[in-house]
Design a protein around this ligand. Structure first.
Ligand SMILES: *[C@@H]1O[C@H](CO)[C@@H](O)[C@H](O)[C@H]1NC(C)=O
Ligand SMILES: *[C@@H]1O[C@H](CO)[C@@H](O)[C@H](O)[C@H]1NC(C)=O
Ligand SMILES: *[C@@H]1O[C@H](CO)[C@@H](O)[C@H](O)[C@H]1NC(C)=O
Length: 486
């Protein structure tokens, strides 16, 4: 009897929560949008050609300053623009990208899992491959062999400043660079940072608030040692110190960073990482920035954009609530209410995008994850709606984690179902077609770039953020999405 009651209530609940969302959206957006197939294929060819001469070329590009005087702005580059043409073809480039992507999702998922269970991340090292959530098929390739990081900026460390590349990461807080003397440093493009050559280098004491704010620290000789493990095989260990960081011609003194003597995992020439998360030790927090924003340029191009601090949100920005997880202050959650395909909201459980009392659920925006991950039920509904809307297209077999793929080789452009994210107060972010139907080779195979996950949270990835300025207004708890503001 009890079983029947709960079963009946479950069904009723399910029906109620579904019906709440099964309606069409009053929207001015059309039901379809155009994908420029030829342009996307050309991008895949450029990404693996030798036309990009690596870092030096991007460095010489002058970035546009969109900012007001009190803001800080620095150029931002995609991985493709820093990496020499290291892949024979686009298929191979994509395979490497998707392997990194799975490692990234595992790492974020593990971080949340541990926070929810109240365990520090130090317990991750050495990395237990069986730990955390498993993502799809494909060989388990750790971040160690692939190299983490999809977007990069150049910053100055110390006084006088040494210019180095750093990975931009919204999924972690502690910034760090590889430091001499190296017990174990991976290869980087710029010289290893020499603390002895910097007049502004100062170790932090173990009693300092900033040392105690670390998830994992140790005291040696009364100086603070830090350790950060990313859960994908990458980690860094060394002295926690204060340094001057120079960005875009401005210097910020007394920023707590890691001076890593033992580092594993990050390649692509970057010297370290700039932590852009929401925690107290992140770079924006230490800067007392009220906001920051980035625009992730096309991942297959070598064009540059900017990372900005304290600049005003552009006009014509779609805004959404920025939410925090009481269990973990690093991640940026967004108040997504629904996703539509062809102007119809897909049916999702009411709880699809909500953070529960334990700290699970919700959807974060991440700079380092490529493909947007959704809970299985939500993904299935999205995929079904998209596939239903593409019956006129030649479908083809799945590729890697993608299970809705099309052969568009014979087309120059094609109309595809419009896909939008929806936020409170009827706000809608219509995604450009190329942000969800992406090439997987240079022969015209395209796949729907969303995927299911069993991770504790959903993730809006950088494929879906391409060409959009994403602003994190932490002072007002608002996330802004501005189309074409790179
Ligand atoms: C401890 O600090 C002293 C003085 O700063 C230094 O000479 C010594 O080498 C340090 N010991 C260790 C183990 O780092
Ligand atoms: C940020 O605020 C703290 C506390 O008020 C202050 O100590 C620190 O110097 C400020 N940092 C910057 C870069 O303004
Ligand atoms: C499938 O698409 C047709 C139009 O092509 C539409 O009328 C129908 O409602 C769709 N069905 C679902 C379940 O989305």
């Amino acid at each position: 009897m009890a079983l029947m009651v709960s079963l009946c209530c479950y069904i009723l609940f399910t029906l109620l929560s579904y019906s709440a969302h099964s309606r069409s959206v009053p929207t001015t957006t059309s039901k379809t949008t155009v994908l420029d197939v030829a342009a996307s294929i050309q991008d895949t060819l450029n990404a693996v050609s030798s036309q990009y001469s690596g870092a030096t070329q991007s460095l010489t590009q002058q970035h546009q300053t969109l900012s007001v005087s009190s803001s800080l702005s620095l150029p931002l580059h995609s991985r493709v623009s820093l990496q020499q043409h290291s892949h024979p073809d686009y298929k191979s480039l994509l395979a490497a990208r998707l392997a990194r992507d799975s490692a990234r999702v595992r790492s974020l998922s593990t971080r949340l899992d541990l926070a929810v269970r109240g365990i520090a991340t130090s317990d991750l090292k050495p990395v237990d491959e069986n730990f955390g959530t498993h993502e799809f098929e494909g060989p388990v390739v750790s971040g160690t062999s692939q190299g983490s990081g999809e977007y990069f900026s150049r910053v100055g460390i110390g006084k006088p400043p040494s210019q180095v590349y750093v990975v931009l990461d919204t999924g972690s807080d502690v910034s760090w660079v590889q430091c001499a003397p190296c017990a174990d440093c991976y290869q980087q493009a710029d010289p290893i940072f020499e603390p002895a050559a910097s007049a502004s280098y100062a170790p932090l004491s173990c009693e300092s608030t900033r040392c105690e704010s670390l998830d994992v620290f140790e005291c040696r000789n009364n100086t603070c040692l830090y350790e950060v493990a990313y859960g994908d095989g990458s980690y860094t260990v060394g002295d926690f110190v204060t340094e001057t960081i120079s960005i875009g011609g401005e210097s910020v003194k007394d920023v707590a960073i890691g001076c890593g003597h033992t580092n594993e995992g990050l390649f692509v020439g970057a010297a370290g990482l700039l932590g852009l998360g929401g925690g107290t030790l992140s770079f924006p927090s230490q800067l007392n920035a009220t906001s920051f924003s980035y625009c992730l340029v096309n991942r297959d191009s070598d064009s540059a954009s900017t990372l900005e601090f304290n600049s005003a949100i552009p006009h014509n920005t779609v805004t959404a609530p920025l939410r925090r997880n009481p269990q973990l202050d690093t991640f940026y959650y967004v108040g997504l209410t629904g996703i539509s395909v062809s102007g119809e909201l897909i049916k999702t459980p009411n709880t699809a995008f909500k953070i529960d009392e334990n700290g699970n659920g919700g959807i974060i925006i991440d700079s380092g994850t490529a493909v947007t991950r959704l809970q299985a039920e939500t993904y299935d509904a999205l995929r079904s709606a998209f596939v239903n809307g593409t019956q006129g297209l030649q479908s083809t077999s799945g590729v890697a984690l993608f299970d809705a793929c099309y052969d568009l080789a014979s087309m120059k452009t094609v109309d595809v179902p419009a896909v939008s994210f929806h936020f409170e107060d009827g706000k809608e972010l219509a995604l450009p077609a190329k942000n969800y139907l992406i090439p997987v080779d240079s022969q015209g195979t395209f796949c729907f770039a969303f995927a299911p996950t069993s991770a504790g949270m959903s993730i809006i990835g950088n494929v879906q953020q391409q060409g959009t300025r994403v602003s994190f207004d932490t002072a007002n708890s608002v996330v802004g999405f501005s189309a074409d503001q790179c």
